[in-house]
Write a protein that binds this ligand. Structure first.
Ligand code: ZN
Length: 261
């Protein structure tokens, strides 16, 4: 069975800015989904902010293997309930790819537990991405470096926790550098942050970028069944201990009582 993938798009700039609408007439999310669907191993559909529950009701997330997230102007409009639902899906084993300005999305900040801030400049600079982890599956089939003729600059320091792996580092024409491909594990879920993707440039039409996204979907896919309740914290009563023990000393909790959250 193909990897069930949902590309979530904020879908705001495409309707408000003529340049963005020209570069992505069907929306950035659709362009990304089309690029993913070039691979028979992936079956990508889209969801947007404007749909009920932002297109991510519980049942749909339950049958999503990998979710991609592009947001920018409307991070604050994403319902907290949906953010928490996505976080639980990741903790339960769903893969998550956070793209470009998604670094400031509620879901990314929730999962990173950090400010996720960076420096930036919108000046159409050249970006050169270097592969820093040559044998990483996300870099499969790529040259040692590739360039995007025009991109927004994101610079260090990037306010994220130290990643598991750094797959790409970017250099920009103005001199800044940035860790542009980072992997994380959150609960049972694999998370990949990928930097390029400013809305006014044709980044998601680029063959190397599309290959990174297809590779990343396959990398983030977790074939194990989703953990049903990844935040549960059950009490183990004395009589259920693996070795016989005698209860002793003072205690605060009563038998069968829920723990504090
Ligand atoms: Zn941008």
């Amino acid at each position: 069975m193909a990897i069930r993938t949902v590309v979530w798009g904020e879908n705001v700039h495409e309707h408000k800015n003529r340049i963005v609408a020209g570069v992505y007439p069907q929306g950035m999310h659709q362009t990304i989904a089309d690029a993913l669907n070039q691979d028979d191993a992936i079956e990508a559909t889209t969801a947007t902010l404007q749909e009920p529950e932002h297109g991510l009701p519980k049942e749909r997330l339950a049958r999503t293997d990998v979710l991609l997230w592009w947001g920018h102007a409307a991070h604050g409009d994403v319902q907290d309930e949906v953010v928490e639902r996505v976080a639980e899906a990741v903790w339960g084993g769903m893969g998550l790819l956070v793209l470009h300005s998604g670094h400031f999305s509620k879901i990314f900040k929730r999962l990173m537990g950090a400010p996720c801030n960076l420096t930036w400049r919108e000046a159409g600079e050249k970006e050169r991405l270097w592969v820093t982890s040559r044998n990483h599956p996300i870099a499969a089939g790529l040259p040692d470096h590739f360039e995007l003729e025009q991109e927004e600059m994101y610079g260090e320091p990037f306010g994220v926790p130290e990643p598991l792996e750094t797959v790409f580092v970017s250099w920009f024409q103005g001199g800044e550098v940035f860790r542009s491909g980072l992997t994380y594990k959150r609960g049972a879920g694999s998370v990949f942050y990928f930097r390029p993707g400013h809305e006014t440039y044709p980044t998601y039409h680029d063959a190397n970028v599309q290959l990174v996204l297809r590779n990343a979907v396959k990398w983030a896919y977790n074939p194990a069944p989703r953990q049903a309740d990844p935040t549960k914290a059950p009490n183990v009563p004395v009589e259920a201990a693996l070795e016989p023990i005698q209860e002793r000393g003072p205690k605060l909790h009563h038998a069968g009582e829920e723990g504090y959250r």
